[in-house]
Design a protein around this ligand. Structure first.
Ligand code: SAM
Length: 222
């Protein structure tokens, strides 16, 4: 190769290496760029997400699953999202990025008072407290009080409880709504839950991100 051509190729390679796409390759799957803020509000939320993800993880979903939750909720135009398993609010913050745009609400359940309080602080400092109803207590009992239709239900608490949550909340999930379940690959999902979401003709399920924790995305057909 002649010298000028080598120089041009070298400069192009340096540009690619400095691109967000290339930087992303060390953090997520090849080809994915990091989340980019389109507004000061989004920037503020993404900063809190990065802080919680870096410093306050307690069994939180991986970043790619958080981003998936946001995309699902925002593309559904979700107004009512129910999350079982708040922890410190990491997945909730991703869902809230969507709900801030749709004008919707997150109702999220947590058994542990310390994590409930930590999540409250995180939602507040993201400026999204007004979009959240936090419930402290056993979700198996507390969800009995829910009455409104649900656009997206996210299951991420006691894994052996998924069948019960599904039975209780499926009637509230609107036709065309989603039931998203975490840890379908690791730890292994409850076979009874897998049966429930894959053998019912009224539901359509795919499994995503199965190379890590794994996410089941189930459509309640119209
Ligand atoms: C895997 S963590 C949730 C992670 C969170 N979704 C995130 O990604 O940031 C599961 C949480 O569910 C809570 N949990 C377990 N059983 C519960 C129950 N029966 N009711 C409410 N919360 C429960 C645990 O205390 C724990 O904080």
């Amino acid at each position: 190769m002649d010298k000028p051509r080598r120089a041009i190729l070298g400069a192009a390679a340096a540009l690619v290496a400095a691109s967000p796409l290339a930087k992303a390759q060390g953090r997520g799957r090849a080809g994915e760029a990091p989340p980019l803020a389109a507004s000061p509000q989004e920037k503020r939320v993404l900063e809190v997400i990065a802080d919680v993800g870096g410093n306050q993880r307690y069994l939180s979903v991986p970043e790619e699953d958080g981003r998936l939750l946001r995309i699902l909720a925002e593309s559904l135009g979700a107004k009512q999202v129910v999350e079982i398993g708040t922890s410190t609010g990491y997945s909730g913050l991703w869902l809230l990025l969507a709900l801030a745009k749709t004008g919707g609400r997150l109702t999220t359940y947590e058994l542990d008072a310390g994590r409930y309080e930590a999540a409250k602080r995180n939602f507040e400092r993201a400026g999204l407290g007004k979009h959240v109803v936090q419930v402290l207590g056993d979700a198996h009992e507390e969800v009995k009080k829910l009455k409104e239709p649900i656009d997206l239900l996210f299951l991420d608490a006691d894994k052996e409880g998924y069948v019960d949550y599904l039975a209780r909340l499926r009637p509230l999930v609107r036709p065309g709504g989603l039931i998203v379940a975490h840890n379908m690959a690791s730890p292994p999902a409850d076979p009874a839950y897998l049966r429930a979401i894959t053998t019912d003709p009224a539901l359509e399920t795919v499994f995503l991100n199965m190379q890590s924790a794994g996410v089941g995305v189930t459509l309640k057909k119209r």
